[in-house]
Ligand binder design. Structure first.
Ligand code: GRF
Length: 210
């Protein structure tokens, strides 16, 4: 069975969705840069190994990233899955895991990279919004797109209601992508992701209607 390491910094609702999806994938460890991340308790409660690599304990980004990279490598994982991991990573770290690290971002990339995506989407009058799973490359939130899910922006939305609607999609999209990855359904080809059968995935089952 393929092994993943999940990186978190906080709540861990995407981690929970991945675990509860009972994928044919072993979660080798959950690693957090924050000792108080709620997702750590969830992982421990499900018998998953947890580790804290506290960024505050390191003199700088290079030292933190080196320690984090070593902790990941020790797990011999096939894929690094960032799920709400809120640290900017150095180019060296990203090169170390090039092609084997993915992230979920709460916007339809390439729109709205960075933080505060829901408020910014509302401010721009977007009629649709969503989330993106992508490979991690040196440009922040700029890596090759693996899959996306969209939601409508409704007239009465505020950033919280919109975030909740997007998050519900994240919880479907990330497990679906991981399942597809375990099946070998897509691969990275240069700057783009190519799907083995683009006609059947993603399909309607991944996008419940509103
Ligand atoms: C999610 O919105 C994810 O897209 C973003 O950070 C948030 C993490 O939430 N990268 P959680 O910790 O998985 O609940």
């Amino acid at each position: 069975m393929k092994r993943i390491v999940v990186l978190i910094s906080g709540r861990g609702s995407n981690l929970r969705a991945l675990v509860e999806a009972r994928l044919p994938i072993e979660v080798a460890a959950v690693i957090s840069n924050r000792p108080d991340a709620a997702g750590l308790a969830f992982a421990a409660g499900h018998g998953i190994a947890t580790q804290v690599v506290d960024h505050k304990a390191f003199a700088g980004r290079e030292a933190f990233d080196a320690a984090l990279g070593d902790a990941i490598e020790a797990q011999r994982a096939d894929l690094v899955v960032m799920a709400g991991f809120m640290r900017l990573l150095t180019p060296g770290f990203i090169r170390r895991f090039a092609g084997r690290m993915i992230n979920i971002h709460p916007a339809l990339l390439p729109a709205f990279t960075g933080l505060d995506t829901h408020r910014r989407a509302l401010e721009r009058g977007c009629r649709v919004h969503g989330c993106t799973v992508h490979y991690v490359t040196e440009g922040m939130d700029e890596g090759p797109i693996i899959a996306q899910a969209s939601v409508p922006v409704l007239p009465d939305d505020d950033a919280d209601t919109l975030a909740a609607r997007v998050l519900a999609q994240e919880h479907q999209l990330y497990p679906a992508v991981l399942r597809a990855w375990s099946d070998g359904a897509f691969r990275l080809e240069g700057e783009r992701v190519s799907w083995r059968d683009a006609c059947t995935w993603p399909d309607a089952a991944h996008y419940p209607e509103y």
